[in-house]
Design a protein around this ligand. Structure first.
Ligand code: GLP
Length: 244
């Protein structure tokens, strides 16, 4: 696991953008695994800027998102499909036929999970998977205790995750309690992984990832078993690792 320390959120976003631009330009048909949340928003802004300046094109990119809330329609402003369109897809030359966000309103959610897995396999697997990290160490929506052998599945969200994500909703009651999420094994099958962490709220989780054991109690710790992981972290998220 390579750890890159940067000053702050903006520096993390820029570093992550140049990392992805390099991969997109190098790979012929890049398959990206994408993430949502506050963490990658700055990265997506930088990618749009790089695209506008002609430094990168998404026309040959295919993407698969990590997760989606159960029960939110694509056009719901809190759905991850909407987030991706709003923050990235609508501003670059990616084809919407080449993006797949799990469908959280599928009538058969189990089948939707199988379909997500199959679509990733059919595309040849994910080249670069982007990840954030939850304050409890979750990746995607894989909460502590999720088996490392998990595939895309319907998951129950922890109370702390519902609480953390309620900032995007009008009230906590509106936050879905379930999600469709790529599993830990799905994530680990990616050829390369880029995890971003910024801010004091992530410092505890980051310390567990960097200094702790590999355990299903800290989902992100599984990344230590992957041969090609880069973590870009800002100073605030490093505080606990530094013993502050
Ligand atoms: C959410 C998402 C994750 C994300 C994490 C952190 O629950 N499912 O993919 O990485 O929590 O979110 P944020 O970046 O907003 O802190």
């Amino acid at each position: 696991m390579e750890v890159i320390r940067v000053k702050d959120y903006d520096a993390m976003s820029k570093e992550a953008a140049s990392f992805l631009v390099e991969r997109i330009n190098r790979l012929k048909n890049p398959i990206l695994g994408l993430a949502t949340g506050s963490t990658p928003e700055g990265l997506y802004k930088c990618l749009i800027e790089e695209y506008k300046q002609g430094n990168v094109s998404f026309k040959d990119v295919k993407s698969f998102n990590l997760d989606e809330y159960v029960g939110l329609e694509k056009n719901d402003p809190n759905s991850y499909y909407y987030f991706m369109k709003d923050k990235l897809f609508d501003h670059v030359d990616i084809s919407l036929d080449h993006v797949r966000v799990p469908n959280g309103v599928a009538t058969d959610l189990q089948q939707e999970c199988v379909d997500h897995e199959e679509a990733i396999k059919a595309a040849g697997g994910i080249d670069v998977q982007l990840l954030g990290i939850g304050a409890n160490g979750h990746i995607g929506f894989n909460e502590p205790g999720t088996p490392f052998t998990s595939k895309t599945q319907v998951v129950d969200l922890e109370e702390s995750t519902i609480q953390a994500n309620s900032r995007f909703f009008n009230s906590i009651e509106e936050v879905p309690t379930q999600a469709v999420s790529m599993g830990i094994e799905t994530i680990m099958n990616s050829k390369e992984i880029l995890l971003l962490a910024s801010g004091a709220s992530k410092a505890g989780a980051l310390a567990k990832l960097i200094n702790g054991d590999v355990t299903e109690d800290v989902p992100a710790s599984v990344l230590k078993n992957h041969p090609n992981v880069t973590v870009i972290v800002d100073e605030a998220a490093f505080a606990v690792v530094d013993g502050k």
